[in-house]
Design a protein. Structure first.
Length: 134
């Protein structure tokens, strides 16, 4: 299976971008652990995050451990590693945003240090990945 719904909000991953889901599943396979998806296409997210149009997922769990239950240093290390691996599996030019406990970038909208730290703090308990439109 490689991915699982870890939200109480009935996460909708149907119609999530194929390249993005493929990158998530391949990363899960490499590490031999399920990745918990806490947000897909359902509402309740900012329009800029592109969840509603199927271009983003939030990952809040690695195997049986949620980011919120990890020590801060482990959240950063694993968030950086898993987030970067997913982005590196996307076709060239498809990565748009990666926000997680230790990193925040948007390829189309550079951020200053204060904005970057704010995004990292807002994503302390999950990895958010957004892709460009196909």
């Amino acid at each position: 299976k490689h991915i699982r719904n870890t939200s109480s909000n009935n996460t909708d991953i149907s119609g999530v971008d194929h390249d993005l889901m493929d990158a998530v599943v391949r990363t899960s396979m490499q590490h031999r652990m399920d990745l918990g998806i806490s947000a897909g296409r359902e509402g309740g997210h900012s329009e800029a995050g592109h969840h509603a149009d199927g271009r983003a997922v939030d990952i809040n769990q690695l195997g049986d451990i949620r980011f919120r239950d990890m020590p801060a240093g482990e959240r950063v290390r694993l968030g950086n590693m898993i987030g970067a691996e997913i982005v590196n599996r996307l076709p060239e030019g498809r990565a748009l945003m990666l926000f997680e406990p230790g990193m925040a970038f948007n390829t189309q909208s550079p951020r200053n240090l204060k904005q970057t730290l704010g995004l990292m703090a807002a994503h302390w308990n999950h990895i958010h990945i957004t892709v460009t439109a196909p």
